[in-house]
Design a protein around this ligand. Structure first.
Ligand code: SAM
Length: 307
């Protein structure tokens, strides 16, 4: 554990901080190709969450943490009048997005830290979109403040984010991990990995303080669902494993394993998950429908308006 903590510290120190010394760019966000191949579920969940969000005709939109740009490209395709500035902290993600979707009059891509948006974005956009990003940032208030500043008065923010992992919101996959780490051959590798150390990497949003943070940012919630938890559906265990791989890479203990051990670990983790209490509640429906549901825990789905 000491070695892996050291490895993470070194990675964080040597990470390029092109935008700001406080920026964090976990190494996983450099694996843009891998993320792109395995992020169909994030896109599906975003499109589901966007159903109640009305996009203004000819809207000028800022997307924060756009990853490889698939949501921006889909929205641009479906709404020919809009224009989107799609941003992400990771130059690799932005490069991949550009190579895949190409910049156009409708979409442009830029490397930006959502916690430190540039002054030029002030009152510039009709909408700000932020899907599956804020829970990876340390300073949620800074993200909300920046989103609010970027919006024109009356403009709207749409956001999906993972809630803080704690006793009120235990992700079934973490429950599976807690059980697995007691078992051979994983006890030694994960003996000092606590929920707290995992949560330190994945901060999550605190639902109890969100409303006051929105108020501080001058944003008024129009819709605030703190129990938004659509399951992601996978056709088999291999597909679920592919989805979990980039997420697991956020954790130094996983990165420290050999390729073969990573494969074995994820297979054991999935086995544990599929025999867990949470999964038991939906198992029979999954069996009927020939899918595997990945239960995400509670997320926040937010639509808020700039005052
Ligand atoms: C789970 S991915 C979501 C990507 C995309 N929105 C999607 O739904 O597929 C999280 C993204 O947030 C980006 N990210 C992490 N911290 C960020 C920050 N401080 N500012 C902007 N982007 C950030 C990562 O580089 C990564 O592309």
């Amino acid at each position: 554990m000491k070695n892996t903590t050291l490895a993470l510290s070194c990675a964080l120190i040597t990470m390029s901080t092109t935008l700001c010394m406080e920026s964090e760019k976990p190494p996983i966000w450099q694996q843009a190709g891998e993320y792109d191949e395995n992020s169909q579920r994030q896109l599906e969940i975003s499109l589901l969450g966007l159903k109640e969000f009305s996009i203004k005709q000819n809207a000028h939109i800022l997307e924060l943490g756009c990853g490889t740009g698939n949501l921006a490209a889909k929205l641009a395709h479906d709404n020919p009048g809009i224009s989107i500035v799609a941003t992400d902290i990771s130059p690799e993600m932005i490069q991949h997005a550009q190579n895949k979707h190409f910049s156009s009059a409708q979409i442009s891509f830029a490397v930006q830290d959502a916690q430190h948006l540039p002054e030029e974005y002030t009152e510039e956009f009709n909408h700000v979109l932020c899907g599956h990003v804020i829970h990876w940032t340390k300073n949620h208030q800074a993200v909300l403040n920046g989103a609010s500043r970027s919006l024109k008065p009356g403009g709207t923010l749409w956001m999906i984010g993972g809630r803080k992992v704690d006793h009120n919101n235990m992700l079934p996959i973490f429950t599976a991990f807690s059980a697995l780490k007691q078992k051979a051959p994983w006890q030694e590798t994960f003996k000092s990995t606590t929920l707290q150390s995992i949560v330190g990497i994945y901060p999550g949003i605190n639902a109890d303080t969100l409303e006051s943070m929105l108020k501080n940012a001058g944003l008024k919630p129009i819709k605030l669902d703190t129990e938004f938890s659509p399951p992601a559906l996978f056709k088999d265990k291999v597909a679920l494993k592919k989805f979990l791989t980039p997420l697991a890479k956020a954790f130094p203990q996983f990165l420290a394993l050999t390729e073969k051990d990573r494969e074995d670990f994820l297979e054991d983790l999935i086995k544990e998950y599929l025999t867990g209490d949470e999964y038991a509640k939906i198992k029979s429906d999954d069996e009927k429908n020939g899918v595997i549901s990945y239960l995400t825990g509670k997320n926040i789905l937010l639509i808020a308006q700039k005052q």
